[in-house]
Design a protein around this ligand. Structure first.
Ligand code: ADP
Length: 524
């Protein structure tokens, strides 16, 4: 009996053990079920991600590349509907035959090496119509748990829009190059720092070098030694200030000869207004320069020939005037010839001024304009000039304001010539104004300044640098209203620059102009 009880006790213990084991297994089972559910939902999420992704995704199984998985995006690109699963790729898309796709898939399937390519053109038949599309894609081998290749995954992006845009850009770049090479001008492109990155064919033909060689050397190598320093300075100024370049420059050709060019450069800016590059054009004007020189020589010659007879006409007119009784209105009325003689005198004076301007101009061209410097009081000199000018310009008030008393060492006549030019222009271009204001003031510790302000027709901003060029006159309907030759300001600028001074102009159309020249002070 005792042993039976023991047996029962043991069995009961065994039953308890089994129950515990069953509970443990049940708990484990619940945990496993939860894990499987978790995995299922992960797989679901992953599937959702793949199916709804913008990426084109498909898996092809076996040697025939049977479509096993194809997400919505790839089915949309194929344009073949939903019933593609389970069919070989080439059966669904027969148009792929002959486009190299099958060969690529075969290769990945057999070698196990993945393949990637960008912007590949593929012709697809979408809704019955052939369409060329561009794709970036990767073919990735798919393996089973034993490591055997069972299929190929295709992950692709439709880059048709971008590829077409790239093609357009390449096409317009090709056209631009063609255009730029076809032009008779020398065109170049430089980066923001001014280093040239492109020269057109005309440039290369001119210097007799190929692109690589010419880009490799500083372009300033072909400048004329006499101009090199000045041009480099002007170019550096344009680069730092973002200003346009517009300058006549001599450039050396393949034979070592220097030829005149008109060189222009302009900055290209991005949306933020920052300079990204510079476009330059250089046009040969050598023949024009030769022609110009011929004209100059001719002008010089006739100016010389005219000067003597015209001066003697003036002398005789003045002699005749001096023989007539002096100013008396009553007597004057009876002297019919006096107003005519006065007119002849004014016209002859204009002619003499023109002749001397012409001669001065040719002196400047030939670097023969010598300055006879002396020390003088600028205020006193200006007063004398304004007094003379007041005498011959009775209809307008010339007002002189002396803000600063100063001595200068300069060519007195030439400085006077500049002031006369400024004042006569101020009077001439103020058809309705009745005041010209002249001011002598201190520009800074080194320079005195003379400003001539009028209330006349004014000058447009774009013309304000042009008017200092030789023979430049502002064109327009009123151009012929004002007599002139466009030499005065050119001469004035040359004279002032030769004194190390500067000329400034401020002007507003319809309101008037303000011309200023500066001149170094004499501190001794
Ligand atoms: P011009 O003999 O024609 O006056 P300038 O060289 O002195 O020659 O001047 C060049 C051009 O600049 C003039 O033709 C005129 O168009 C313009 N100009 C000069 N001064 C003035 C001014 N004070 N007001 C308006 N325009 C002016």
């Amino acid at each position: 009996m005792k042993s039976e009880d023991l047996r029962i006790e043991q069995l009961e213990r065994e039953i308890e053990d089994k129950k515990r084991e069953i509970n443990r297994l049940q708990a484990e089972n619940i945990h496993l079920q939860e894990t499987v559910r978790g995995l299922d939902s992960e797989a679901h999420k992953f599937k959702d991600l793949v199916y709804s992704s913008k990426f084109l995704f498909a898996i092809f199984m076996g040697e025939n590349h049977v479509i096993d998985i194809a997400n919505e995006s790839i089915k949309e690109v194929w344009g073949k509907g939903d019933d593609v699963i389970g069919k070989p790729l080439l059966e669904v898309l027969p148009e792929l035959k002959g486009q190299g796709i099958k060969e690529l898939l075969d290769n990945v399937y057999h070698t196990g090496e993945s393949y990637h390519a960008d912007e590949v053109p593929i012709e697809l038949v979408i809704k019955g119509k052939p369409e060329l599309r561009y794709f970036d894609f990767t073919y990735q081998p798919q393996k089973n748990t034993k490591g055997e290749i069972i299929g190929v995954a295709d992950i692709a992006t439709d880059v048709t829009k971008q590829a077409l845009l790239n093609k357009k850009i390449k096409k317009s770049e090709r056209e631009f190059r063609k255009l730029v090479n076809f032009m008779p001008h020398k065109i170049s492109l430089a980066n923001a720092e001014g280093d040239t990155i492109f020269y057109n064919q005309n440039w290369l033909d001119y210097v007799g070098k190929d692109l690589e060689d010419f880009i490799g050397e500083p372009w300033t190598n072909i400048l004329h030694p006499d101009e090199k320093e000045e041009v480099e300075q002007v170019v550096a100024e344009c680069l730092t200030e973002g200003k346009n370049l517009d300058k006549e420059i001599q450039l050396r050709d393949r034979n070592g000869d220097y030829k005149w060019h008109i060189c222009r450069a302009t900055a290209v800016k991005n949306d933020e207004g920052e300079i990204t590059s510079w476009i330059s054009s250089s046009t040969e004007i050598q023949n024009l320069k030769i022609e110009e020189k011929r004209n100059e020589d001719f002008l010089k010659l006739i100016s010389h020939e005219l000067k003597t007879p015209v001066t003697s006409i003036k002398g005789y007119v003045q002699l005749l005037l001096s023989l007539l009784p002096s100013d008396n209105k009553e007597v004057d009325k009876k002297l019919i010839m006096k107003p005519y003689l006065n007119r002849i005198e004014t016209q002859v004076e204009r002619l003499i001024r023109l002749i001397s301007e012409m001669l001065d101009m040719s002196r400047i061209e030939q670097n023969e304009l010598d300055l006879k410097k002396e020390q003088f009081n600028l205020n006193q000199h200006a007063e004398e000039i304004i007094e003379d000018l007041t005498y011959s310009n009775k209809d307008i008030q010339l007002e002189l304001e002396n803000n600063f008393n100063c001595n200068v060492v300069a060519d007195k006549d030439r400085i006077g010539q500049v002031l006369i030019n400024f004042v006569t222009n101020a009077v001439k271009y103020s058809p309705t104004g009745n005041l010209v204001h002249i001011k002598i003031h201190k520009h800074n510790s080194e320079m005195a300044a003379v400003t001539v302000k009028d209330f006349g027709i004014g000058i447009e901003e774009k013309e304000q640098t042009q008017i200092f060029k030789r023979f430049y006159r502002i064109s327009g309907e009123k151009a012929d209203t004002y007599a002139g030759f466009g030499i005065g300001l050119f001469l004035s600028k040359e004279i002032i620059e030769r004194h190390n001074g500067k000329i400034f102009v401020k002007s507003e159309v319809g309101k008037g102009s303000e011309f200023t020249f500066t001149i170094p002070l004499n501190h001794t």
